[in-house]
Structures are given as C-alpha cells and as structure tokens.
Design a protein around this ligand. Structure first.
Ligand code: NAG
Ligand code: NAG
Ligand code: NAG
Length: 288
C-alpha cells in the first residue's frame, strides 16, 4: 500500500517535470490522423518522452471534407479539453486544412492555451484552385456554387474558398474563413487578442505545392482582388497594416516566423526527404 502511494507520487512528479511541452497534431483534408503518424514518430524520436496528441476529427477522411469547419473546430476543442495531459497548454502543428482548425481554436477558445502555433502549408488566406479534393463533383461545386448556403454548410473547403473575382460575395457568405481572418466590417477583438497572446507563430509554404493555390497562402499571401496575376504578400495587405488578427503585433515583436520547403504537398508529414524541414524549422519550436 505504502509502496503504491510512493510510486504514484513519483509518477505524478515525473509527469510534472517532463521536459517538453505536449504537442498536438491536426491533419489536413481528405485524410485522417494516420497521415500524421510519421511526423508523430519524428517528434518522439527527437524528444523522448514528449506527449503527442494526434487528433482526428470524426471519422477522418469523409468528415474532413463534409463536416462544417465550425463543427470541426468544436470537435478539436472537445478533444483537447478532455485530455488531462494537455491541461497546462501545448504547442500545435496544423497541416493544410488543419492549420485553420487549430488557428480557429486559438481565436475562439484557447483554453488550454497554445504556446507556439506552427502552420504547415495551410490555405491561411484562402484557396482558389482545383483539383483540390480530387473528387470531381466536389471540386465542381467548389468552383461553381461555392457561396450558396447549402455548399457552405456541407463542404468544408467551400468555407475557405476565396474567389478573388467574387470578394463581396465571399465576405458576405463565407461562414468560416472570412470570420476567422477578421475580414468582416466588425472585427472580433478576442480573435486578435488570442493570436497576439501566442509565444510564436511559424508559417510555411512549399515552392512545389500544387494543392494549395496560391501556395503563398501558407504565408497569408493571396491574389489581389479581381486578378490572379500576382500575389500580394501579407505585409502589403490591410490584414497586416491594420492588424486585424494580431499578425503585425506578432511580427513587430519578433514572434512571426516563416520558412519554405520543396516538398510535394501531401509528403510533408510523411516522407523522409521532408524530415529535414521538420528538423530545421519546426523541432526548435517544440523544445520550449
Ligand atoms: C468574438 O469571438 C468570441 C469567441 O468565439 C465570441 O464569443 C464573441 O461573441 C465574438 N464577438 C463578436 C463581436 O462577434
Ligand atoms: C481567448 O478567448 C477566450 C474567449 O473566447 C478568452 O476567454 C480567453 O481568455 C482568451 N485567451 C487569451 C490567451 O487571450
Ligand atoms: C538544415 O540545417 C543544416 C544545419 O544547419 C544545414 O546544413 C542544411 O542546409 C539545412 N537544410 C535545409 C533544407 O534548410
């Protein structure tokens, strides 16, 4: 009996002084958490004993496409809030669509608190290009009836589809991205406060990404309104200069960081040739 008590005390002390902050992984669209298994292994090999939570939303692949993004954020919240190992906060790596789910969690809840937010190759400023999910009828709907209520409610990527030729319609009808990017007339101060409270935000895109269009969306770059000829970098957008989300605040205090890769989109959390980008540009942010 006494032995057991001592053992349990030692065990809880060990978990309190465990060297590394836990890390949460959030997968992308058309996949489940298994797409992040290799990344999970890389983390555990580099930081022995670290607690990694590889989140899957609903049933994975199908729900990632057909569940309302706002609902996916709720699910993410429920998973992280019900895990006692995350109660003191965590770092997060979101991949692709998962960058938006994890970022929206920070803006809307941030309880438990996120320390470093790492967004790999996300449609941060929007997506405008098919084939995207590689299901023909879904891709067709994304490019045609994007902003109808029915498509917004039922096809997740439609909620972050940003057609540069239909900006007023996007602002009025997007039930997710326009909101979490604070693009509407009424800005949500909580979103900005919560993003500003991050220790660091780390953003990447790949020069060889053919899935996220434009690829620079990973760094919040996007097409100018009304043309697709060139990309307006974040620093030249109202998003930044008017600091709608706190990105300028992060940048001016040295907390906004960027890197690029040369990996194919889906290879990032999976293939060995992409591991160097994890090691050089992500691992350092998991060590504090
Ligand atoms: C801002 O976002 C928070 C968190 O989602 C929400 O509770 C609040 O109602 C929003 N405020 C406005 C003005 O929309
Ligand atoms: C984030 O937003 C919520 C409200 O949605 C608020 O209760 C919380 O304190 C905020 N957290 C930070 C760190 O700003
Ligand atoms: C990764 O870091 C090593 C050591 O600093 C460096 O030699 C290498 O070029 C880096 N690779 C990439 C892809 O950044």
């Amino acid at each position: 009996m006494r032995f057991l008590a001592v053992f349990l005390i030692l065990l809880s002390v060990a978990s309190i002084i465990s060297a590394y902050r836990p890390v949460v992984l959030m997968h992308g669209v058309t996949t489940g958490s298994s797409a992040m298994n290799n990344l999970e292994k890389w983390i555990q090999e580099a930081l022995p004993g670290i607690y990694v939570k590889n989140v899957e939303i609903g049933n994975g692949k199908l729900d990632s496409i057909f569940m309302d993004m706002n609902q996916q954020v709720e699910e993410f919240k429920n998973v992280v809030q019900s895990d006692p190992n995350l109660a003191n906060g965590f770092n997060v790596i979101g991949f692709s669509q998962g960058t938006l789910i994890s970022r929206a969690f920070i803006e809307r809840f941030n309880e438990p608190k996120v320390n470093n937010y790492i967004g790999w190759n996300g449609p941060q400023a929007g997506q405008f290009g098919t084939p995207f999910v590689n299901i023909q009828w879904v891709d067709k709907l994304l490019t045609t009836l994007t902003y109808s209520d029915h498509v917004q409610d039922n096809i997740a990527p439609a909620e972050y589809w940003k057609n540069p030729f239909k900006i007023p319609e996007y602002l009025e009808k997007s039930i997710f991205l326009a909101d979490i990017n604070n693009e509407g007339e009424a800005k949500n101060q909580t979103y900005k406060d919560n993003i500003s409270s991050l220790s660091n935000m780390i953003l990447s895109y790949s020069i060889n990404d053919k899935t996220i269009v434009p690829k620079e969306s990973g760094w919040f770059g996007f097409y100018a309104d009304g043309n697709t000829d060139n990309i307006v970098p974040l620093q030249q957008q109202d998003q930044y200069t008017q600091d709608w989300l706190g990105l300028r605040t992060l940048d001016e205090s040295g907390r906004l960081h960027f890197f690029t890769t040369d990996c194919t989109h889906k290879d990032h959390p999976i293939e060995d040739y992409c591991k160097i980008y994890f090691t050089n540009y992500t691992l350092p942010w998991l060590q504090n």
